[in-house]
Design a protein. Structure first.
Length: 327
């Protein structure tokens, strides 16, 4: 073979070697950047947690961690701080929001993936997604001025029937309440849960869908036998995302929950959540240990969020065989 014939082959081999070298160098640099960012974020979060616990340590030293968490009285004027009323309010409003939002979100996802005509799926999906773009303060003002007065007849009806049997649905207090906060949270998390659920349902195998239809099944049969069973792990991930948003929501909840330091015996009673009490009192925290107690509430909120996510991941791994450790 002549030199002129070998030249193109050599140039090709050199180009391939150079391409592999550049690709390896680029992958190495990309991996290094991502690793550095991951370490930086972890360090920042770790420092934030450590600083929060250090700032809240005087409260923990005086009341004890368990005493502070289980304490049912919050009286800054008497230097008495207990977090349980706010933990209770956070759990009640969050689960009320999920109880309302999850069925609606699943139905929306099924409508947009299996039931609605193709020409309507795009506009309806955009309309639902736009709800996530509304600022939380707008939801709060709308809830305070429109939703709370409109729900009073409903609250009275529920209290008049179920309240006689179950005290948790007892007589309503006029105005804001846990129930109003739960409804606002439901409206706010519907776009998140429905968007994730819609993507999960849309990714189910088309062959199985068509097989059910070919055997004479209806669209509901497709949803019942294919979409929901296959997408249950993704649905749980969507629920966790919605729960995370509900637990941490502040402004909208502060405007409609009633802002009471006591533990309400009914879902129609006013109360506080962990996030709302911090936002409501921090600027005016002038009593002894009051700022430290609010920071301690922040650490409790962080721990509650971690526990909720850990429980949800455990449930998800039970459905998926534990093949993955996170969402």
């Amino acid at each position: 073979m002549t030199e002129s014939a070998r030249a193109p082959e050599q140039r090709g081999a050199l180009d391939l070697a150079g391409l592999r070298r550049r690709r390896w160098t680029g992958d190495l640099a990309f991996r290094a950047i991502l690793s550095a960012l991951t370490v930086a974020i972890t360090v920042v979060l770790g420092l934030m947690m450590i600083e929060s616990f250090i700032s809240a340590s005087p409260v923990y030293q005086k009341f004890g961690i368990i005493g502070f968490v289980t304490g049912s009285e919050w009286a800054p004027s008497f230097t008495i701080y207990g977090a349980w009323p706010f933990i209770y309010g956070t759990l009640v409003t969050s689960f009320l929001g999920l109880l309302i939002a999850v069925p609606i979100s699943v139905l929306i996802a099924l409508l947009l993936t299996d039931l609605a005509p193709a020409r309507l799926r795009g506009p309806l999906g955009i309309a639902v997604d736009l709800l996530a773009a509304v600022p939380s303060v707008v939801y709060g003002l709308w809830g305070l001025l429109v939703l709370v007065p409109a729900m009073r007849p409903l609250e009275q009806g529920i209290a008049g029937t179920l309240g006689r049997v179950v005290p948790f649905f007892g007589p309503p207090t006029p105005g804001s309440s846990y129930f109003a906060a739960g409804v606002i949270l439901a409206i706010m998390i519907v776009p998140i849960v429905s968007a994730v659920t819609r993507e999960v349902f849309a990714s189910t195998p088309r062959i199985q869908r068509e097989a059910v239809l070919a055997l004479g099944g209806t669209r509901w049969d497709v949803a019942r036998t294919v979409t929901l069973p296959i997408g249950r792990a993704g649905l749980l991930a969507a629920v966790v995302l919605g729960l995370g948003r509900a637990i941490g929501e502040t402004i909208a909840v502060t405007l409609v929950i009633g802002n009471s330091d006591n533990i309400g015996k009914s879902i129609f009673s006013p109360g506080f959540t962990l996030a709302s009490v911090i936002a409501n009192e921090f600027n005016e925290a002038t009593e002894t240990l009051h700022p430290e107690a609010l920071i301690a509430l922040g650490t409790v909120l962080l721990v509650v969020s971690v526990i909720v996510n850990a429980v949800a991941i455990g449930i998800r791994n039970r459905f998926t065989g534990g093949s993955r450790s996170g969402f």
